[in-house]
Design a protein. Structure first.
Length: 146
């Protein structure tokens, strides 16, 4: 049995919990950077083998982080990469990067309280520069109706 819970949805950020057979397989973060590849991105395999001119044509990069407490099995990694990669609309000027992060003590940093501090800790663990702004609780109803 597979279950996917979207834990957070903001304009530029979504966080999912992917469960298989009643076990958390990974947390998946999709971040719209609203910017081109960074110099660090360009060093990643296979981007490091592409021409600078081709890389500079991409003006918007989505980053997909697979966050786990132990390395994913190859089949699980492929499944998650294919599924979440298909959620991103790509074009001639938009692309995405998928990176896996393993933190043995993940569950010491992540709990089921699901407040903004938990989400921000997840972003910090994967090295994201995204900062979640607090939302006035009175506005939650309006956000859910978007």
């Amino acid at each position: 049995m597979i279950s996917i819970d979207r834990k957070l949805r903001l304009q530029d950020l979504e966080i999912f919990r992917f469960i298989r057979d009643y076990r958390i397989l990974a947390y998946v973060i999709i971040e719209d950077t609203r910017g081109p590849y960074t110099e660090e991105d360009k060093k990643l395999d296979p981007l490091c083998f592409l021409d600078e001119e081709d890389l500079n044509e991409i003006v918007n990069v989505f980053k997909i982080y697979l966050l786990t407490d132990e390395p994913l099995e190859k089949d699980d990694s492929i499944m998650l990469r294919e599924f979440f990669g298909n959620l991103v609309d790509i074009s001639s000027v938009t692309n995405f990067i998928i990176q896996e992060y393993v933190h043995k003590d993940l569950y010491e940093h992540i709990d089921d309280s699901w407040d903004f501090k938990t989400y921000q800790r997840m972003l910090d663990l994967v090295g994201s520069k995204y900062k979640i702004q607090s939302i006035d609780e009175k506005k939650w109803l309006n956000l859910s109706q978007e």
